[in-house]
Design a binder for this molecule. Structure first.
Ligand code: B12
Ligand code: SF4
Ligand code: SF4
Length: 352
């Protein structure tokens, strides 16, 4: 069962109607996966995965995803762009949960694949399946991996989320990328803005991230207390971090809005974009927390982590403690959780 260039073109047109941009295909046997497999090994050897045990547990499958689907040969990858306000809560997390949106759109694409190749097996992969999504996207021609590690799609920038279909259909068109240097940060040239701007200096080298230092990891994945030297650098970030992408010239294009049809953007979430007010987040009770994270990717962050992050953000503000902040800190002082109390104590000592 073969997928040729005409078939991919047909699917790409259907994908755009479904809200999936820049559909591309890459063979699992493409040699361009090798450097990323090696990068994953190095990442794990150095313990940069921190508490993300899933990366270690699934390393073999991530390096050879064919074991997820019998006979798998090809990955189809597409992008969904997102908007959102800068600061506090990462842009992607302010809108509807991309896992759900992307999955729905990819289901439509699987149906289109089956019209073309009725016997093709297909597995939808969005974020949580062990697949090297960024590498697959770059090799499938969606864009290149920037020094900040994110895929930059020409004309769209890096504020795009990725979704894939693993299939046993054999991609028999040309490789989108024949020279590997084109798939990685060479296109950044001499620019190092993202590496310089990272508040916690989490990059060891271009594209090489010690995730344990990354604010995205600290706010979303890390459950234990956050060391003071890192907390001091977290600024106001409470859920994810966009600093390395905010400073990237590829995200400054004013024509991005015009390039994306309205129905393609990651949709708004019901109830409107989520607040990024640390005073509100520091006091989230369980029912307000449920409402806050409902239908967004914030569901991944436990309530105690969100409250901890918000208290750290309050501590990182300047000036005397306001009445609202005092109310949030007093509530935290009386909390059963020592991590919450410690974050409030830190805030008081920093704000005087
Ligand atoms: C674990 C994870 C994290 C961890 C670790 C990130 C990391 N850099 O490894 C944490 C929690 C820190 C994180 C943070 C973020 N993440 Co994240 N994350 C993932 C996840 C689940 C796995 C990534 C992984 O395997 N990491 C291990 C490293 C070794 O692999 P890698 O990053 O994929 O690949 C690198 C190397 O292979 C390297 N490389 C080395 N040599 C070569 C050679 C060639 C030729 C190529 C092409 C590449 C290459 O390039 C890659 C970039 O660093 C993916 C989803 C997925 N299934 O892939 C999402 C994913 C990467 N995350 C995503 C996003 C949006 C983010 C954040 C922007 C969220 C935020 N705003 O807070 C930040 C960005 C931080 C950053 N600068 O990387 C998107 C990226 C979209 C894009 N445009 O690239 C993904 C793809 C999810 C999705 N489905 O859209 N994330
Ligand atoms: S997401 Fe923030 S903390 Fe993580 S690498 Fe980018 S700038 Fe650094
Ligand atoms: S900020 Fe500069 S170095 Fe970093 S990804 Fe963007 S272009 Fe590349």
């Amino acid at each position: 069962m073969k997928l040729d260039a005409a078939g991919l073109e047909h699917l790409a047109a259907r994908a755009e109607e479904l809200g999936l941009l820049r559909l591309g295909a890459v063979r699992l046997s493409h040699p361009g996966f090798d450097p990323s497999r090696a990068a994953l090994d190095r990442f794990l050897e150095r313990g940069w995965d921190g508490e993300m045990g899933f990366l270690r547990r699934t390393a073999d499958v991530r390096k050879d995803p064919s074991s997820m689907l019998e006979g798998a040969q090809t990955v189809l990858v597409a992008a969904v762009p997102y908007r959102g306000e800068p600061g506090g809560v990462a842009r992607y997390a302010r809108s509807a949960d991309y896992h759900t949106v992307m999955h729905g759109r990819l289901e439509g694409l699987v149906a289109a694949l089956h019209e073309l190749l009725p016997d093709a097996k297909a597995l939808i992969c969005v974020d949580t399946k062990p697949l090297l999504e960024r590498t697959a996207a770059a090799l499938a021609g969606l864009g290149f991996v920037g020094k900040h590690g994110c895929v930059i799609a020409p004309g769209l920038g890096s504020y795009v989320l990725l979704g894939s279909i693993l299939t046993d259909a054999q991609w028999c068109g040309d490789d989108a990328v024949d020279e590997l240097r084109k798939a990685r940060w060479d296109a950044c040239g001499a620019c190092t803005r993202c590496l310089d701007a990272c508040p916690t200096q989490a990059f060891e080298a271009p594209g090489v991230l010690d995730a344990r230092r990354c604010i995205s990891y600290l706010t979303i994945e890390h459950r234990g207390p956050i060391a003071d030297d890192l907390a001091d650098r977290m600024g106001g970030w409470m859920a994810g971090c966009d600093v390395c992408q905010e400073v990237c010239p590829y995200n400054a294009s004013s024509s991005r809005e015009a390039r994306v049809p309205e129905g393609v953007w990651l949709p708004d979430v019901s109830g409107g974009p989520r607040s990024a007010d640390p005073v509100v987040l520091a006091q989230l009770g369980s029912s307000r927390h449920r409402a806050f994270v409902r239908d967004t990717a914030l569901r991944r962050i436990p309530r105690r982590s969100l409250r901890r992050n918000a208290l750290i953000a309050i501590g990182n503000r300047e000036g005397p403690i306001s009445e609202d902040e005092e109310a949030a800190l007093s509530r935290a002082d009386a909390d059963d959780d020592p991590q919450i109390r410690a974050a409030a104590t830190r805030a008081r000592s920093r704000r005087g």
